[in-house]
Design a protein around this ligand. Structure first.
Ligand code: MG
Length: 454
């Protein structure tokens, strides 16, 4: 299928422009036609939350669906509800970390996982063919509110960790909810874990007055400052729909997501005495280093959390995640979960000591990132050409091309949405990462030239 509706993270756009009421209504009809039965719906805190939710719900009801409205919640709280209820699926109204003028529609499968691509394609086919199930007036759906889902989610997450150890450690944290959906559950979870929490931007507000909701170092300056000023044990930040979680250590250092991913992976593997960890090919080698030394092994997948989650199910992995702070704990559920990540990291700190020391024990790698514009329509050809150029070297083609050099590795990957290739190079030193980046950029330029010449 050439036409796509769902991107990597659902349907997204600027509200009342691409993300219009009409689009939301038709997407709702398509989802309703596909799912049928009962469908749960929730939103993050965006100003357009009600507008988009009601349009999608109208579409769902027009196709005969009984809509269960869970209100404002983190995406993983909706997913947990869907997993444990007799619903055919869920719909989350969120644009995750995008600026406040955006909103989006994301589907959840009946088991609480993110909708796999093949099912999204079926919904897309219904949408593009306009083959909606138009129900007669007797058969249209209804809508009713469901309360208490956030509270259940908090209780469930608490039970997944050693909450006595957390309570005994008497930790002090600063929590930044980015005015997003985490405001509905994370402050309460901290309270129930006996943690003293100072909150920032923990009022749900769809204009995101605190900062934009991607947990980057620039957006978390206040959090870093507050951790230092209050002498807190750590800082915690969520993205807009609270599926991702990023940390600041006790010294006020922002920890990139690969560090926290490695800290948790090492702990989980040691705790379980081995096992498999799943992560995309783009993840830093620091993860594999610590997992291997703890007695576990790593399986790499294409980039994207749904792929990671499905692979985890397939290989019975004990843990998985992405380096953007999206961590997946299979005993809880097969999706990224910020509250669960937060609770687990609190347990690790309570048992194994300060976050700065834990982070210092993770091997450090330098990263070189660049991108190059390529003419449209030559991506596959360029990849073939590159493979010939790297002939004889260790190459992994799980997603784009990952090439291993003596000093490190590079991932050369075409973007799914733009006419560009991205090159990520990782090595022990900045100079080595740059050398690898230079070499790959040169190879990519030559490959593009070759394809243009055809
Ligand atoms: Mg998110």
């Amino acid at each position: 299928m050439s036409k796509r509706l769902f991107g990597t993270n659902g349907v997204r756009g600027v509200v009342n422009e691409e993300m219009s009421v009409q689009l939301a209504l038709d997407v709702g009809k398509a989802i309703g036609t596909f799912m049928g039965g009962k469908v749960a719906i929730a939103t993050d805190t965006r100003t357009s939350a009600h507008m988009i939710k009601n349009a999608v719900s109208a579409g769902l009801m027009a196709s005969g669906v009984e809509v269960l409205d869970l209100g404002m919640l983190p995406t993983p709280a909706l997913q947990y509800y869907v997993k444990g209820s007799a619903v055919k699926g869920g719909v989350m109204i969120t644009a995750s970390h995008n600026p406040p003028e955006f909103n989006g529609i994301k589907c959840v499968d009946y088991d609480g996982t993110e909708m796999p691509r093949n099912k999204e394609e079926m919904i897309e086919a219904i949408y593009f063919n306009q083959s909606f199930a138009h129900k007669s007036w007797r058969m249209v759906g209804s809508m009713r509110p469901i309360t208490g889902v956030g509270q259940t989610y908090i209780t469930v997450v608490k039970r997944q960790v050693d909450y006595t150890a957390i309570e005994d450690a008497k930790l002090k944290v600063v929590l930044d909810c980015a005015n997003g959906a985490g405001s509905a559950t994370s402050p309460q979870l901290l309270e129930s874990l006996g943690v003293k929490a100072i909150t920032l931007n923990a009022n749900p507000q769809g204009t995101f007055p605190g900062h934009e909701s991607e947990p980057t170092p620039e957006n978390l300056r206040d959090l870093v400052e507050m951790v230092k000023v209050t002498g807190a044990d750590l800082g915690i930040a969520h993205d807009g729909d609270a599926d991702r979680c990023i940390f600041v250590d006790d010294k006020g250092n922002y920890l990139y997501g690969d560090r926290s991913l490695a800290i948790v992976a090492r702990y989980v593997v040691a705790e379980k005495g081995g096992g498999t960890v799943v992560t995309p090919v783009s993840t830093s080698s620091c993860l594999e280093d610590v997992v291997r030394s703890a007695g576990g092994d790593v399986i790499y997948t294409k980039v994207g959390s749904p792929v990671v989650a499905r692979k985890m199910i397939e290989v019975k992995a004990i843990f998985g995640g992405e380096e953007n702070g999206g961590l997946i704990f299979p005993e809880h559920q097969y999706c990224r979960d910020a509250a669960m990540t937060m609770a687990k990291v609190l347990e690790i700190i309570a048992k194994d000591g300060p976050l700065s020391r834990l982070a210092a024990s993770i091997p450090g790698y330098a990263l070189d990132k660049r991108k190059m514009h390529t003419p449209p329509g030559v991506k596959d050809q360029v990849v073939e050409e590159l493979l010939m150029r790297f002939d004889g070297m260790r190459v992994d083609t799980t997603d784009g091309i990952k090439v291993y050099f003596d000093e490190g590795w590079a991932l050369i990957r075409p973007s799914g949405t733009e006419p560009i290739f991205r090159i990520y190079s990782e090595a022990r030193s900045d100079q080595a990462a740059k050398r690898i980046g230079d070499e790959c950029e040169k190879a990519l330029k030559e490959a593009v030239k070759e394809c243009e010449g055809d």
